[in-house]
Design a binder for this molecule. Sequence first.
Ligand code: ADP
Ligand code: ADP
Length: 229
Amino acid sequence: MIRLDGVTKRYPGQTDPAVDNLSLSVEDGEIVVLLGPSGCGKTTTLRLINRLIEPTEGRIFLNGEDVTQADPDELRRRIGYVIQQIGLFPHMTIEANVGLIPRALGWDKKRIQTRVEELLDLVGLEPAAYRRRYPKELSGGQQQRVGVARALAADPPAMLMDEPFGALDPITRERLQDAFLELQEQIGKTIVLVTHDLTEALKLGDRIAMLGQHAKLVQYDAPATILAE
Ligand code: ADP
Ligand code: ADP
């Protein structure tokens, strides 16, 4: 479970807070979509949860533990992070990219290899065909799958996804959204996903947090409830 309790973030030199007194909780195994216009504080909210930045005020809990007290590196292994620009290392093979966190955790080679194969299978990439390739040899959709595999490497209970399908063409986007929903059926992670696309929010979210300026929570409901209004 992820819980934000009165969280405010002011960036240095900015008069308005990027996030102003946001309280929000996400249940285990649910996909919560943060939906709102550009600049309303969605990315800031994600970065607060995995402690890439610190809140100015308020507290954030992951499974009851105050993340502002946690070791940031250790925390980031427990929270997968997927971003739009994917961020695969171009000079590293797919295998090396997916195995990044397991290597940092000191797993032995055999265990890393097994895990990488399992993960590539999970995201629908044939391990034998892709492990030795480099990111630029893959399509955008395939690279995004690798990004998801990498985020899942250490089996984190939670995943933060920032416009994960935003950079893809419409057909690939739709295929990857479907694949993602199928994957979530199997893995049941606690997911916070950011988008500015209403259609995507309605399709993917168990609940949608509609945010206004400064991440003001305008409405927080299931898609069916939002559509009914
Ligand atoms: P969104 O993800 O909804 O587009 P962001 O969280 O990126 O919004 O940004 C929220 C607000 O905070 C915006 O006004 C943006 O300009 C500002 N902002 C974001 N990052 C920084 C930063 N590192 N320093 C100063 N201001 C920032
Ligand atoms: P995905 O299959 O992940 O949805 P795309 O829809 O972007 O990815 O790609 C469609 C298909 O085109 C892929 O399944 C793949 O077989 C092929 N493809 C696209 N680009 C490449 C590439 N650079 N190298 C190999 N195959 C590619």
